[in-house]
Structure formats: structure tokens, C-alpha cells
Design a protein around this ligand. Structure first.
Ligand code: FAD
Length: 491
């Protein structure tokens, strides 16, 4: 394995735990090169990853200074002044055949008194109230309608996983790779050469070398599909600050003149960053704009990072599997990078070769990874494109740019009858799309006909009762900081 950032140590920990005695793992990393060191907001799927590895939640949260994340708050996206939460969960209380937003749309279209859809989500209400308790496993309970993820210190996560991996037998070698050897017959990678002259050979190489993409990109010349015409942000300036406001159980993404800024509260500090398009804003202006709005004393000098939206045409080529930034990057607007790492690991474990990999296994891996990237790409583009903002050249560009057909079809489907393209599994199911469509002002013209069946007065009464139930549930939960102090205080 090449690289010991989040991707490298997640992969090493998972392979050593999930395929014990089936492979010998050696990981090469260079402290001099270091890791990208950002990547603090996650999706709920990470809990499944941790569970499969037997990681105790409270210990993990304490070690990584983690807070709870119930969703993402989007400010100023559809219009300046707008604010909505994309919650990890659903709207309403039922998991019936018809999604809740169809009933809501019906009443709204009839001019009846309904509140903003956001008010009918327990996850949103908890987030806005800075409160949390564990969701219920009982699918009938209102408390089962929300999920959660973590916000954690990226610099603590990889070392924590390293401990797990090394205890499971992973060998770590410190050193900078200066050359890569390949078989003249097959073109497969056979060994990497370190700056001290040492050679490290292997059968299968996992490239977790970050943006440099040492094996997949530089050695195998796997082409990069560039998506920056749709996702023009290519830079970020990041700065941590002291937490001086309430510890919110959500990540904030606030739209700015040439992109957006994140705010991620951790137990010991708050992460901030401005993701921007360098074609629309220079670094000094981005730095100044960020420092002008951070809500606490900066704890370090602002750091600028560069990237490009897109992915390698194939994530698995020859005997090299790219995981993490080495295989592609989509900006952190919906916190998807660690999720993509996790999915790559899951598919790799499922398709792990006994000996040489077969072309069909490689193709299947690449097909599955492409599906993940494509879906996330469309979801991210939606946030930019569904805006009425015209206050800068950046917003004019994203509002009027041509979008992928796959996204145009999804938007049209929703606009007509509130229908969301169905995904059975994976990331961003119906409620996520509904949150962003409605949050950014795309209102459906119609609704699912089955939502017309209940009596109108009974439906209005049920909506009112639901709001009261949600308020009672919120009141019964614990203030977020108190929850953390009790469950996983920092050591
Ligand atoms: P890196 O951390 O860069 O690790 C690369 C490793 O390869 C290092 O160990 C390095 O030493 C090693 N290496 C490289 N070259 C050599 C060599 N020649 N010899 C030896 N070793 C070498 N993701 C999220 O999920 N949520 C977020 O909120 C989020 N926010 C982000 C914000 C920004 C601005 C950016 C840029 C990314 C963000 N990400 C986020 C993405 C996230 O940071 C990465 O997906 C994650 O950290 C994985 O990085 P990595 O391990 O692939 O690469």
C-alpha cells in the first residue's frame, strides 16, 4: 500500500481486519510529505464502517475529538438569506409507500396551512436546537427517522486507524518512494523503490498517495476525467479557530461570492474553510473574506489547498487500485470523500483477488465506483445550479451553465410531480434530494396521486399533531455539549 493518510490507514485497517490471514499488508508512507490533513465531516455510513471493524464508538469519538453531525446547514444558496438543513434522515414520521413530501405538497398546493417542510423533520429540529440523543432502532418510532455521523479531527483519525491496523499485523515502512518498477510483459507494478534504496515488492498495490496519484496517475497514466466545467471550485483556504459559539451538531455550508465556506465544530476547535473558484477569486481575497467571518480566534495561519473535480477513468487498472484522492476528488460540499474511500474499500474486499485479478473483477469494481462518483457529482452540481443568485460572476456562471443530462432529467422529474429518482442503496436517497430541491426553491407542480386519498381535514390535523410530537421529542433530548461531555469526553 502506498500512502498513510485517511485513505491508506482506512484501507489497511479494513483489509487486515476483514481479510485476516488472506494477505500480508505493507504500507509505505512519508512523514516528510505528510497528509492532506483536512476531511473532518462525514456521512452516517462511517458508523457501519467502524462497526464492521469493531471500533468502540465512544473511544473513537474521544480519540478523534468528535462531535455529532445530524446533517448540513446550507445558508444563502438558493437566495441570500435562505437557510435549510439537509438532514440525515427523512421527513415526516412514516415510512409508508408514499413519501411525506407528497402530502405536504398537496396541502400546500391547496393553499392550506402547512409550515416549511423542514419543520416536519425531527433531524432538522434537533440540529437547529443543538440537541441529540441516539436514534431508536424501532422503525415505528419517530426517533428512528434521523441518523447521524461525526465531525472529527482529521489529524487524529489516521493515527487512530494506524493503531488498529498495526495490531492486526500491518507492516509500516517510513520512506519516500522515488521510483516504481513494472513488469515489461504485463505492465503491472512489481515494486516501489524508496529514497534509501530499499525495494518493496507486492502482488496488488493500493494507491492511497493523495492528489499526487503516484501509481494510478503518474505511473500508469490513467487519464483524469475533468469535471471542472460543472464544479469550478478548485481551491480552498482553511483555518481552525477556537470554538466560541454553541457546539452545533451539524456542519454549515454558507455560500460566498465565489464558492462557499464550511464551519465544522469539533470538541476542541472549529474547522473553517472557504472553497472557491480561482478563476473568480484570488487567494488573498479568499483568505481575507474567510478571516472576516470566522467566529473565533484563529489558531493557525490560513492554509491554501488546490484540487480539481473529477476522477480517474479507471480506479482499478492493472494491479493498482486507487483509493481516496489518488482516484479522484469531489469538493467537500456534502462531505463525500471519506464515504467514497469507504465504498472503494467495501468493493475491494468483496472482489479481493486470490492471485492475479481478473478483468471482470476490475471492471465490476470500476463500474461500482463510477456509479458512486456520478451520483455525487450530480447532487453537488444541483446545489450550485439551483440558485437565483446573480450577485457575482461566479453565481452567474453556475446558474446558467449547461448541466449533465442525467441531472437535467432528475430536476425535470421532480419539478413535474415531486418524484425523486429511486436509488435502492448507497448515498443520498430520496429525502436528501427533496431537502435540496425544496431548500433551493424547486417546487413540484404536482404530487403523487396516492397522496390525495386521505381526508383533507384529517391530513391537516395529522400534520399539526406531528409538529407537536416532534417538539416533545426535541425537548426530551440532551443538549449536544452535555451529551458529548457525558458520552465521549476528550482525554
Ligand atoms: P493524503 O492525506 O494526501 O495522504 C497521502 C499519503 O501518501 C500520505 O501519507 C503521503 O505521505 C503518502 N505519499 C504521497 N507520495 C508519496 C511518496 N512519493 N512516497 C511515500 N509516500 C507518499 N473529505 C470528507 O469526507 N469530508 C470533508 O469534510 C472533507 N473536507 C475536505 C476539504 C478540503 C479542502 C479537501 C482538499 C479535502 C477534503 N476532504 C474531505 C477529502 C479528504 O481530506 C480526503 O479524502 C482524505 O483525507 C483522504 O486523503 P488521502 O489519504 O487520499 O490523501
Amino acid at each position: 500500500m502506498v500512502g498513510g493518510g485517511t485513505a491508506g490507514w482506512m484501507t489497511a485497517a479494513a483489509l487486515s481486519r476483514l481479510l485476516p490471514h488472506q494477505c500480508e499488508i505493507t504500507l509505505v508512507e512519508s512523514e516528510a510529505i505528510g497528509i492532506v490533513g483536512v476531511g473532518e465531516a462525514t456521512l452516517p455510513h462511517i458508523r457501519g464502517f467502524n462497526e464492521r471493524l469493531g471500533i468502540p464508538e465512544a473511544e473513537f469519538m474521544a480519540a478523534t475529538r468528535a462531535t455529532i453531525k445530524l446533517g448540513i446547514e446550507f445558508n444563502d444558496w438558493g437566495r441570500i438569506g435562505d437557510s435549510y438543513v439537509h438532514p440525515f434522515g427523512t421527513f415526516g414520521n412514516a415510512r409508508g409507500a408514499v413519501d411525506f413530501h407528497h402530502y405536504w405538497t398537496r396541502l400546500r398546493q391547496a393553499g392550506l396551512p402547512v409550515d416549511d417542510l423542514q419543520e416536519y423533520s425531527l433531524g432538522v429540529r434537533l440540529a437547529r436546537a443543538n440537541r441529540f440523543d441516539f436514534p431508536s432502532q424501532d422503525g415505528e418510532s419517530l426517533r428512528s427517522t434521523y441518523g447521524y455521523a461525526y465531525q472529527f479531527d482529521a489529524m487524529q483519525f489516521a493515527p487512530y486507524l494506524r493503531g488498529i491496523a498495526e495490531r492486526a499485523g500491518v507492516k509500516r515502512i517510513e520512506g519516500r518512494i522515488v521510483a516504481v518498477e513494472r513488469s515489461p510483459e504485463s505492465g503491472d507494478v512489481t515494486a516501489v523503490q524508496l529514497d534509501n534504496g530499499r525495494n518493496v515488492g507486492g502482488e496488488l498495490f493500493v494507491d492511497c498517495s493523495g492528489f499526487g496519484s503516484l501509481l494510478l496517475g503518474r505511473t500508469l497514466s490513467e487519464s483524469f476525467e475533468d469535471w471542472s466545467q460543472w464544479l469550478p471550485c478548485d481551491s480552498a483556504v482553511a483555518v481552525p479557530c477556537r470554538t466560541e459559539t454553541a457546539l452545533s451538531p451539524f456542519t454549515s455550508a454558507t455560500a460566498m461570492g465565489a464558492g462557499w465556506r464550511w464551519r465544522i465544530p469539533l470538541q476542541h476547535r472549529t474547522g473553517n474553510g472557504y472553497v472557491y473558484s480561482s478563476a473568480h477569486l484570488d487567494d488573498d481575497s479568499a483568505r481575507a473574506a474567510l478571516l472576516a467571518v470566522v467566529e473565533g480566534e484563529p489558531m493557525a495561519e490560513p492554509r491554501v489547498l488546490r484540487f480539481r473535480a473529477g476522477r480517474r477513468a479507471r480506479s482499478w487498472s492493472h494491479n493498482v487500485v486507487g483509493v481516496g484522492l489518488a482516484s479522484g476528488f469531489l469538493e467537500p460540499l456534502e462531505s463525500t470523500s471519506i464515504y467514497l474511500i469507504q465504498q472503494a474499500i467495501t468493493f475491494l474486499v468483496e472482489l479481493f483477488p486470490a492471485g492475479a485479478a481478473s478483468p471482470s473483477d476490475r471492471d465490476e469494481f470500476n463500474r461500482l465506483i463510477d456509479l458512486e462518483y456520478d451520483r455525487i457529482r450530480d447532487f453537488l452540481i444541483l446545489h450550485y445550479h439551483a440558485t437565483t443568485r446573480s450577485d457575482s460572476s461566479f453565481w452567474d456562471y453556475v446558474r446558467t451553465m449547461a448541466i449533465p443530462d442525467s441531472l437535467a432529467e432528475k430536476i425535470e422529474l421532480f419539478r413535474r410531480r415531486g418524484r425523486v429518482v429511486k436509488y435502492r442503496e448507497g448515498v443520498f436517497l430520496d429525502a436528501s434530494w427533496v431537502a435540496v430541491y425544496l431548500g433551493q426553491g424547486i417546487m413540484p407542480e404536482g404530487h403523487d396521486r396516492r397522496a390525495d386519498l386521505p381526508d383533507e381535514a384529517a391530513l391537516v390535523a395529522a400534520m399539526t399533531a406531528l409538529r407537536q410530537q416532534i417538539a416533545a421529542e426535541v425537548a426530551a433530548t440532551t443538549e449536544h455539549r452535555r451529551f458529548l461531555d457525558h458520552y465521549c469526553p476528550m482525554r
